[in-house]
Design a protein around this ligand. Sequence first.
Ligand code: AMP
Ligand code: MG
Length: 492
Amino acid sequence: MKSIDALPFTHSFGALPAAFHTRLMPTPLAAPYLVCSSPAVARLIGLDPDALTRPAVIEALAGNRVPHGAAPLAAVYSGHQFGVWAGQLGDGRAILLGGVATAAGTLELQLKGAGPTPYSRMGDGRAVLRSSIREFLCSEAMAGLGIPTSRALCVTGSKQLVMREAPESVAVATRVAPSFVRFGSFEHWYYQDRPTELKQLADYVIDHFYSELRLGEHAQENPYRALLSEVSRRTAVMIAHWQAVGFMHGVMNTDNMSILGLTIDYGPFGFMEAFDAGHICNHTDQQGRYAFHRQPEIGQWNCYALGQALLPLIGSEEETTDALAIYQPTFIQTLDALFHAKLGLLTQAPQDKALIDDLLALLQANHTDYPLFWRRLGDLLIDQPQADAPLRDLFLDRPAFDQWAQRYRARLQSEHSRDPARKQQMDRVNPKYVLRNYLAQIAIEKAQNDDFSEVARLLSVLEKPYDEHPNHAAYAALPPDWANDLEVSCSS
Ligand code: AMP
Ligand code: MG
C-alpha cells in the first residue's frame, strides 16, 4: 500500500493530441478536510486507506497540490441534453489526475469540483458538499449492488461557500474509473466534422478498453462497428440492472453516458421506494424524459446518438443499424433473467411474463415499497399463506396480492422450489439496503454540521447491501413521513 505521491501514475488519455483536453491546475480549496472515504477503493488503487487522513493526502485530493506523477487536465466533450444537441460541454469542474495501474487494470482518478476549466461555461467549477456526498454514497452503493459504476475514493470538504439556491459549502469528490470517456466525447468530433480526431478517439478506446475487438481470436473485421455493438450491449445490461433494482439516474444526457457502460455522473438520482413506474426523480425534467420507465428507451436513443457519431468510421448506415440491434434483445433478456432471480425462479415458463407484468401492475396500483417488497418476498413459505402478513401488509389491496401470491406459489411448486434454498438465493439478489433519499439526507445534514459519522455508517451498510446488518436494521425500514416532502435539489 502506497502513499498518494508514490502511486504509479500513467497518462494514456493525456497522451491524446492537445485538442482533446486542456492542461491546468486544480483551484485550491480553503482549509480542506476529509469528509468521507472508501477504504475499499483506496485498496483498489493501491493507496493506504489510513493515509487518507494525512494532511498531505487531503491537500492533494482537494486540489491544493498536484501529487507526484499526476498531470492534471480537463477533457472536452459535447452532448445531447434532454434530447437536444447542446454543443460543446466538457469537464467544467472535473480534473483528471491520471491513471493508476492496479490488479483490475488502469484506473483513472478525477477530482470533481476542483475549480473552473475552459469548459465551465457559466459555472463556478465547484460542487457542493450535499451533491458530493450523494455521489460518493451512490457510487459505492451501486458497486455493492454489483451494478457497473464509477467508484468514489473520498470527499474532501471546506468551509468555503458557493451560491446555489442558497449559499452552500463546497467539496471535492475523487472519482475512480478506467475511463471517463463519454458518448458525448465521440459526438464532439462528429459534430465538429473532425474525422481525424474521431478516429483517434475510437482507436484510443478500442486499444485501451476493448482490445479484444482488434486482437486475438475474436478480432473483428470492422472494429468500430464491433465497438458500437459492444457499448450498446453493455449499456443495455447496465440499464436492465437499473430497472431491476429501481435505480433512476435522472440526467441520461449523452454526455453522462460512459463509453464503458458504467453508471457515471450521479446527479439528482433516486432509488425507487413507493413504486411508481412513471416517477421522475429530476425536478427540472418537466417532460419526464428521464422518468423511471423511460430509461430503457432513452438508453437506446443514446446508443443511436453514439451510432450517428461513429457512422463515418463504421462506413455504412446498414452496418451501424446492425450494430445497434443488439440493444433491445440484450435489455429484454437481461431484465428477464434478473426478474427470475429476484423471484427465486430457476426455470423459465410461458406464464412468467404475465406473472412479472401483473406483479409490476400490482406494485404500481398499491405504491408498494419496492426494496421491502422484494426482500420480504424471499421470506414467503410455499405452504403457509397464513405467514404472509409482513409481505401482504405492504399492499392496500390485500385480496389482489393474495391472488398474485397464489399464482406465484403455484409457479414455485411447478419447479419444486424449496423455501430455505430459495430465500438464500433471493437474498443475494434482492438488497436489504438501498440509498433511500431520506437516509442520504440525514447523513448530509449531519455532515453539514461537521458530523461525518453517519456518512461512514451508511457506507459500511451500503457496501454490503445484501447482508443483514442487525445493528442497522432501521436503514431497511419504510421511510418516515417527513421523507414524503423531501425534494432533492438538482443544483449540484
Ligand atoms: P451535468 O449535468 O452535471 O452532467 O453537467 C453538465 C455540464 O455542465 C458538464 O459539462 C459539467 O462539467 C458542467 N457543469 C455542471 N456544474 C458545473 C459547475 N458548477 N461549474 C462548471 N461546470 C459545471
Ligand atoms: Mg455530466
